[in-house]
Design a protein around this ligand. Structure first.
Ligand code: C5P
Length: 302
């Protein structure tokens, strides 16, 4: 129980987020097609006297350092399962937008779990790690697994899917959006429309487009059922989507529950051009260029 273990973990974008009606437990059944992208946080676990969390990065001040941090909760849950004291220092190098709809908090939970498992020499079976991830949050199992996957249930039941390489630009908005608030707005809009919310499905043409690696085919089928709710709460996001289209993106959508917006582009060269256009538009705070699928949470060589 000495040394330090660093785990690198990717952000995600949802290329199809189909949302069903609210369940009795308050969650929503999803057909959630996740793609991990090459925008990474790193979590370093070091033996310590007590559980502590620190964070560095441009938005570090917006990351909770108490038990509200999924990295801390992951360490506690793993320690409890193993009958250990969660005596570990977790340092988060944060590059994924905070509260941005890119699973940044979930990523840190998955990374901390893997880092503590290695630090404490537990070799917890993968299936048990995935169970702990699901208990931490709906998106956390995907952060562990990475690549591309269909998430059903509340998003935690994963089936890997084939994916070619796709290039993206992410536009970071000022401030975050609360995921529960966006789901509540989804429910409000659904009730106001007076129509029944259909069961969520991942259409075959979307999965075929993802597997083909053809950006035009994927652009034609990208969709996020949470987008109207995110736009209702943050009307300014419409201007970011318009700026991305003007800059030459093949398609744009709100990432997960937002407010980060994701733009699919043809290649790395187009990504640089679209990012420059978005930066010049003044509609967003920052842009990031990334590609996917990216590997899930990975222990880095010491
Ligand atoms: O699972 P997680 O803790 O990340 O979910 C955060 C919140 O997002 C939930 O409390 C719920 O309000 C909403 N949510 C939902 N349906 C899902 C996933 C999340 O309503 N499938």
């Amino acid at each position: 129980m000495s040394g330090a273990v660093t785990v690198r973990v990717p952000a995600k974008v949802n290329v199809r987020l189909a949302v069903g009606a609210a369940r009795p437990d308050g969650f929503h059944d999803l057909a959630n097609v996740f793609l991990a992208v090459s925008l990474f946080d790193e979590v370093t676990a070091t033996a310590a006297d007590a559980l502590t969390v620190t964070c560095e990065g441009p938005d570090a001040h917006r990351v909770p350092l108490d038990r509200g941090n999924l990295a801390a909760r992951a360490a506690e849950m793993l320690a409890e399962r193993a009958g250990l004291d969660p005596a570990v220092h977790l340092h988060i190098d944060k590059r994924i937008p905070v509260a941005g709809g890119m699973a940044g908090g979930s990523a840190d939970g998955a990374a901390a779990l893997l880092a503590c498992d290695a630090l404490w020499g537990l070799s917890t079976p993968r299936a048990e790690l995935l169970d702990i991830c699901a208990a931490l949050g709906s998106d956390v199992p995907f952060s562990l697994v990475g690549g591309a996957a269909l998430g059903t249930g509340r998003g935690e039941l994963l089936t890997p899917v084939d994916a070619g390489t796709f290039h993206w630009v992410f536009a970071v908005a000022d401030g975050g959006l609360s995921t529960p608030a966006v789901f509540r707005e989804f429910d409000r809009l659904a009730a106001a429309s007076g129509t029944e919310v259909p069961a969520p499905v991942a259409p075959p043409e979307l999965l075929a487009a993802l597997a083909s690696g053809d950006p035009d085919a994927l652009a034609a089928t990208l969709a996020n059922d949470l987008q109207p709710a995110a736009l209702s709460l943050r009307p300014g996001l419409a201007g970011v989507l318009a700026a991305g289209a003007d800059a030459g993106a093949l398609a744009g959508l709100v990432s997960g529950s937002g407010p980060t917006t994701a733009f699919l582009v043809r290649d790395a060269e187009a990504a640089a051009k679209v990012a420059a256009g978005l930066d010049a538009s003044g509609t967003c705070r920052a842009t990031h260029v990334a590609s996917g699928p990216a590997a899930g949470a990975t222990v880095l060589p010491a």
